[in-house]
Design a protein around this ligand. Structure first.
Ligand code: FES
Length: 74
């Protein structure tokens, strides 16, 4: 699923970065440019990043559910 439309960043891109040792969201933004344009994806991207870090970048179905909830609330 594309999370950041402005920079074409997917949930998988974020999970891979998290599992590769990306230390925080600022570093993720430097690496992928996610949430650096319009910012509409920030909450969703943060949720996926944090869940991916907790789960070691493995399966992130739980984060997807959280991201979908964030998108529905927006
Ligand atoms: S959708 Fe990610 S910065 Fe616009």
């Amino acid at each position: 699923m594309i999370v950041c439309v402005c920079h074409r960043v997917s949930d998988r891109d974020i999970a891979i970065a998290a599992s590769s040792g990306c230390p925080n969201f600022d570093a993720l933004q430097d690496d992928l440019r996610v949430a650096t344009a319009c910012g509409a994806c920030r909450d969703c991207a943060c949720a996926i990043f944090e869940e991916s870090r907790v789960q070691g970048g493995g399966q992130h179905a739980h984060s997807m559910a959280g991201a979908i909830q964030i998108l529905r609330a927006a």
